[in-house]
Write a protein that binds this ligand. Sequence first.
Ligand SMILES: C[S@@+](CC[C@H](N)C(=O)[O-])C[C@H]1O[C@@H](n2cnc3c(N)ncnc32)[C@H](O)[C@@H]1O
Length: 166
Amino acid sequence: MSRSFRTRSQMLVVLVAALVADPPAAAKPGQDRAPLTREPDIYFVPTPQEAVDIDPERVRESRANARRSGVDKLVTIRHADIFETDFSDADVVTLYLLPTLNVRLMPQLRKLRPGTRILSFDFDMEGAKPAEVFHGVTSDGDGYQIYKWVVPWQEERAPDQKTDSH
Ligand SMILES: C[S@@+](CC[C@H](N)C(=O)[O-])C[C@H]1O[C@@H](n2cnc3c(N)ncnc32)[C@H](O)[C@@H]1O
């Protein structure tokens, strides 16, 4: 049975452990003491965030990390199968799966509203041309990529088709 995310503005994450890990020291709330220069045009309302993982151990671990980091009120972490999850209301979808799984998820991703952003850590999605690819380096010196698509994405031909000559 599919599960539905009810509120309109939502973020679906499979990368649950990373999402709820301690924020880097520089980004911790309250450390930036710059004064408010004028009234915000809209007041802060946290965007509801939802995460799913099929492994109950990962779910337990992520909930514990969220509590420890004080963000458990901001994120709902569900034990669910992403392929049976209705996330058609999401505004942003972040993934840390595998290239083959990203491709298997394409039928669900295609149904997202136009303008919805999809971000995948490290893994491409064959057949969908990314709008952007960010190349980063971790503090340990390891390279990583973040792929971004915006729905509807531009179709991309498979690598063997790209090299076809007539
Ligand atoms: C690359 S790991 C990411 C691990 C961890 N979330 C992190 O960020 O370090 C991929 C995660 O996808 C989860 N997963 C695999 N198949 C899934 C499915 N069908 N539905 C939901 N989650 C799934 C695994 O349990 C695993 O935790």
